[in-house]
Design a binder for this molecule. Structure first.
Ligand code: NAD
Ligand code: DAU
Length: 351
């Protein structure tokens, strides 16, 4: 019988992290899942209401930038493995305040690596530091081609530069200290619980409130969209079956130009809200472009598909429909996260 594991998940109160925590708490009742999160503007324990009393779950409010606190928590709870998602994750915020991104994404990751190395260096147990990263580290594609695991890093925004740097530190700890690690680089996620600063939830919220839909530039930028639950499943597979020291790209095989995606979103919203078709599309407003805006991301996910048998389980239309239903059924969640500082952020960003 396999031994029970103490698994640390960082950033578990955020969008993707909350889906990963739920999956692990429910799927691995013999393991203990620790969710470490600083509860920044993006962290929300409401995301985990359904599992907060589970016997195999503990929430730890802590900041990964606090090296001493992190070291103490590793020693106290004897984490066997780490799935590291905590990060500043929004590109637009990284353009306004790059320092926060270096502090959390680079220094915070370094603190976790340091604590893991110190705890595990003389241990004969199985350990794993699993770093969750992004396809943005590869920079931008032209109109053709796909990012593979061999694509050279070429980040363009302060966010992607900080994530690229953290990936390099993870690899460096593997090479230098023998830290067992794996990294995955995923494309754009969407789904329930995403903070409404990102394209899809921001536009859903604006459509509900009949506010303009601010499309950057000409809208001809392409992203590869993946339903968050499919990302969580991929993370579970890589965590349990991935090869140490390797990278896995994860993507949706699902490229959309922003403007086309927004039109599909508007059509679905009009049907669900009982509005006349075309009503939401009238809210589309072309606004000033994002500086350094990457033209196109698209993932070649054939490695994880061939080696681990993973593929997305839902079509984009199904996933989008489920996502819209979640936001329509969770009006209070939306109201809570869009009160207070959100309005200030919104006015600054879209003035
Ligand atoms: P998110 O912004 O929704 O959540 C981030 C979480 O990290 C929040 O709960 C926040 O409170 C926590 N956090 C932030 N700073 C912290 C700190 N200093 N100490 C402890 N906790 C802190 O982010 P997300 O979209 O769920 O992304 C999670 C991870 O996945 C990130 O590492 C991101 O780079 C990566 N990723 C995201 C996407 C995407 O499309 N959202 C795609 C690929 C990779
Ligand atoms: O590719 C993975 C990355 O996807 C993750 O690493 C990031 O954490 C995540 O935020 C996401 O980054 P993007 O910058 O691609 O996501 P965002 O939702 O901010 O924007 C998606 C596209 O929509 C992008 O081309 C910019 C555009 N956009 C976005 C917003 C918020 C608009 O046109 N208008 C907007 O108001």
């Amino acid at each position: 019988m396999s031994k029970s594991r103490n698994i640390l998940i960082t950033g578990g109160a955020g969008f993707i992290g909350s889906h990963v925590v739920r999956l692990f708490v429910n799927k691995y009742p013999k393991d203990h899942i620790y969710n470490l999160d600083a509860l920044t503007y993006a962290g929300n324990l409401e995301n985990l209401k359904d599992i907060e009393d589970a016997k195999n779950y503990t929430f730890l409010k802590a900041d990964i930038c606090n090296r001493e606190q992190i070291k103490i928590l590793f020693e106290k709870h004897q984490f066997d493995s780490v799935i590291h998602l905590a990060a500043e994750s929004h590109v637009d915020r990284s353009i306004t305040n790059p320092f926060a991104f270096v502090e959390t994404n680079v220094m915070g990751t370094l603190n976790l690596l340091h604590a893991a190395h110190h705890l595990w260096k003389n241990s004969d147990k199985n350990h794993l530091f699993y770093h969750i990263s992004t396809d943005e580290v590869y920079g931008t594609l032209g109109s053709t081609g796909l990012f593979t695991e061999e694509t050279a890093y070429d980040p363009n925004s302060p966010y992607s530069a900080s994530k690229a740097s953290s990936d390099h530190f993870v690899r460096a700890f593997g090479e230098t200290y023998g830290l067992p690690y794996v990294i995955s680089n995923c494309s754009n996620n969407y789904g329930p619980n995403q903070f409404p600063e990102k394209l899809i939830p921001l536009f859903i919220n604006n459509i509900i409130n009949n506010k303009p839909l601010p499309v950057y530039g000409d809208g001809n930028y392409t992203r590869d969209w993946l339903f968050v639950i499919d990302h969580a499943d991929a993370i579970d597979l890589i965590f349990n079956k991935g090869n140490l020291g390797e990278t896995y790209n994860i993507g949706g095989f699902n490229e959309w130009k922003n403007i086309d995606l927004v039109k599909v979103l508007c059509q679905q919203m009009d049907s669900k809200l009982g509005r006349k078709q075309g009503e939401s599309e009238n809210l589309i407003t072309f606004v000033k472009d994002r500086p350094g805006h990457d033209l196109r991301y698209a993932i070649d996910a054939s490695k994880i598909n061939k080696n681990l048998g993973w593929k997305p389980s839902v079509t984009f239309e199904e996933g989008l429909s489920q996502t819209i239903d979640w936001y329509l059924n969770n009006e209070n969640w939306l109201k809570n996260v869009t009160s207070g500082d959100y309005q200030k952020y919104y006015d600054e960003q879209y003035k």
